[in-house]
Design a binder for this molecule. Structure first.
Ligand SMILES: [Zn+2]
Length: 718
């Protein structure tokens, strides 16, 4: 899923050791939920970052943590928890039963912190893209842009020659700032990096909550060096990890610009100290997962109301300088944060403000400088995350290309690898799932007729987006000729800004539905404020989809796992506050809401009893929405199956479990457990299947088995 927390952008590694430079993507933000969790979905904005570089002091410092104490199942994603001798039994641990062979025969590759079927599929797509990039087999403007950037990334000689020299000018300017006017001037320099302009506050044209058809300007929060603002009041292993990694990385780069390590550390700590002050008005990860979050951030204001909040901090100047002043509405995510900026933007805090600007500026470029810096980064990832080895340079280069030129990469990929037939088949499958949901909702026993009627209206109003859009943004104005790597990166950042600005106040072009997320990732999305399901081409390959799958496999995958899961988000606690047109409008009656909450509470209570490892329990309130989506998707697929004569349930459930097969480093597992709204994958098999009679009958599960849940304890919502 893409969280609501786009304000927590900063620094992501996705699944790999390679962090992707997300900052450049200030594209319109897509409000969406998706199937996959953070470590496996590269392109996710924001807090997905956390998982990537994620995980608290990794294996080396956690050797004493007990990991095989899971209740009621061991966490088989941690490879150390299973051996050839580990027994398997579908009645005791269905996930392990279905996946042991795969788990035993796979390893987490160099440079990765997780390995799963999502990863396998993404690597397949990557290899297809790499073939295009290496052979330069596609012609045209978009392809040329890709080849240029790809070559720049792989040209270590040129990168080593440039070293850090291109950062020197801004580095000197920041260090020599004598007062806040100097800082203000730097922030308003339209030629400088976007990170300089927005290190204290973000602004971008996006779609708000009240009118899904139009772009407004969203004023949102900056990212934090320790990722979660909760880390500034109570530091955990997660914050320690980011602190160590980023501090050492920063010091290494500025060391090359002539700064002593002692000075670099002092500056980094001053930046953290300033962030500690700012963090009191920045939402924590936990807050962003709460039901009232949209309500809290949905503050629309006029320009004068907005700028009245900021008498000292030069918000007015910044917005007008960058062309973000207009007559329409501003969505102000945290008005109190802007008031706080006013208190903090003073000469007493000059050193802290300078420090934060410098750290954020330098860190932004860490992966596109010279080889020594790139190697150092990988070394630090190993030290702090336990990731061993690095991905091949070509893979690293592809990931960066994909990140800064997503539209071009997608267009070129589609021109070579798309199939109109598969697209059509996917549309039909989506429609079948929708039709089954209609029956499920009609038959529901506890919801009021009023809510059921509207739910069906909303269901019927869902727009299906299959495979890829037919329309993309215009890239004809982009030109990278004569650029260095850093120069090209800056130029693309600049043109992103120009594009984003051009959207202010405009109607949303719904045909360009892939804007804002990566359709080559192995993922799928439901968008709350567009009421669309997006079954993208990136997931349409083995083992999730192929044109010759059996009906059991197809129903397990597309029926339950993908489409069924995503549609559920239209009716979960976030779905309940967006109507059939994507407008932020609560359409549930109070009584229905109470009933719904009662059922969710039961799920939370159950999830809280599950122990992942090291005595750490699942956090029900963080993961209930995604678990409900999994369960409801499975419920829908089983309803589809009930209409098929001689349906092979064993094959169906086994396929379902196998798609969840995955391995993770301790650091990745810990982060997912604590920060992600997607439950650990083994539970995404075991908890959903144990809700259904068909599972009990197929595998003869009885009371006393670890897979058993008494009928009165089962958790279905719909
Ligand atoms: Zn989901």
């Amino acid at each position: 899923m893409i969280k609501f927390t786009d304000e927590k952008f900063f620094d992501l590694a996705g699944k790999l050791s390679v962090e992707v430079q997300m900052r450049i993507k200030i594209v319109s933000y897509v409000l969406a939920a998706c199937i996959a969790c953070m470590p496996i979905s590269m392109f996710m904005t924001g807090s997905f970052a956390a998982a990537a570089e994620s995980g608290a002091q990794a294996s080396s410092e956690n050797e004493n943590v007990k990991t095989d104490d899971g209740i009621p199942w061991i966490n088989s994603e941690l490879k150390e928890n299973i051996t050839d001798e580990t027994p398997v039994d579908p009645k005791e641990d269905f996930h392990l039963y279905a996946n042991k062979e795969w788990l035993m025969s796979n390893e987490i590759p160099d440079g990765y912190n997780v390995w799963s079927h999502y990863s396998e599929r993404e690597v397949d797509v990557e290899n297809q893209c790499l073939e295009i990039l290496n052979e330069e087999s596609v012609e045209g403007h978009d392809a040329e842009l890709l080849y240029t950037y790809y070559r720049l990334l792989l040209d270590w000689d040129a990168r080593n020659n440039k070293g850090v020299s291109e950062l020197k000018g801004t580095y000197d300017r920041i260090l020599s700032a004598e007062n806040l006017d100097d800082i203000t001037n730097l922030m308003m320099d339209t030629e400088s990096s976007p990170i300089i302009n927005s290190f204290l506050i973000n602004f971008a044209a996006e779609v708000g909550f009240n009118d899904p058809d139009k772009y407004l300007v969203k004023i949102s929060l900056p990212g934090l060096l320790l990722e979660d603002s909760a880390e500034y009041s109570e530091r955990t292993g997660l914050g320690d990890m980011y602190y160590g990694l980023r501090k050492e990385m920063f010091a290494f780069i500025v060391g090359k610009l002539g700064m002593s390590e002692e000075n670099a550390y002092r500056i980094f700590d001053a930046a953290i100290e300033l962030e500690t002050k700012l963090s009191s008005k920045i939402y924590t990860t936990k807050e962003t997962n709460q039901d009232d979050y949209i309500d809290r951030i949905n503050n629309e204001m006029t320009y004068s109301e907005l700028t009245a909040l900021s008498k000292v901090f030069p918000l007015d100047q910044i917005l007008s300088t960058f062309g973000y002043q207009y007559e329409g509405s501003y969505l102000v995510v945290a008005p109190d944060y802007i008031k706080l900026l006013d208190e903090i933007y003073t000469e007493e805090n000059l050193e802290g403000i300078k420090a934060l600007m410098l750290v954020r500026y330098i860190y932004e470029f860490r992966l596109i400088l010279d080889k020594e810096i790139y190697d150092k980064y990988n070394e630090l990832q190993s030290k702090y995350l336990g990731i061993s080895g690095t991905v091949p340079d070509e893979e690293m280069a592809y990931l960066f290309v994909m990140n800064v030129l997503p539209t071009s990469m997608q267009k070129v990929y589609i021109s070579k690898y798309s199939s109109a037939e598969d697209k059509k088949k996917m549309e039909e499958l989506c429609q079948t799932v929708i039709d089954t949901y209609r029956e499920m909702l009609s038959d529901n026993a506890w919801a009021s007729d009023e809510v059921k009627k509207y739910a069906i209206e909303k269901l019927d109003n869902i727009t299906i987006h299959a495979a890829y859009p037919d329309k993309f943004r215009d890239t004809s104005g982009l030109d990278l000729s004569g650029c260095s790597l850093v120069g090209a990166y800056n130029r693309l950042g600049g043109s992103e800004l120009v594009y984003n600005r051009s959207l202010i106040g405009k109607e949303v072009d719904k045909e360009m539905w892939a804007e804002g997320f990566d359709i080559l990732s192995c993922n799928a999305f439901y968008s709350w404020n567009q009421n669309t399901i997006n079954m993208i081409i990136g997931m349409m390959g083995e083992p999730f989809y192929s044109s010759d799958m059996s009906i059991e496999e197809l129903y397990a995958s597309i029926g339950a796992f993908w489409v069924g899961h995503e549609i559920s988000h239209a009716f979960d606690s976030r779905g309940a506050i967006f109507d059939a047109n994507g407008v932020y409008r609560d359409w549930w009656t109070d009584e229905d809401k109470e009933e719904f909450k009662k059922r969710v509470k039961k799920i939370d209570d159950y999830l809280d009893t599950i122990v992942a490892f090291g005595g750490l329990h699942f956090i029900g309130t963080n993961i209930d929405t995604e678990m409900i989506a999994d369960m409801t998707g499975l419920q829908c697929a089983l309803r589809m199956a009930s209409k098929v004569p001689d349906f092979d349930y064993q094959k169906f459930f086994t396929k379902y479990a196998r798609m969840n097969g995955s391995l993770g480093l301790y650091s990745a597992e810990l982060t997912q457990l604590l920060q992600d709204e997607h439950p650990l994958n083994y539970s995404r098999t075991n908890v959903p299947v144990q809700q259904f009679d068909e599972f009990y009958e197929t595998f003869d599960v009885r009371e006393g088995n670890s897979m058993y849940l008494a009928p009165e304890d089962r958790l279905l919502i719909w």
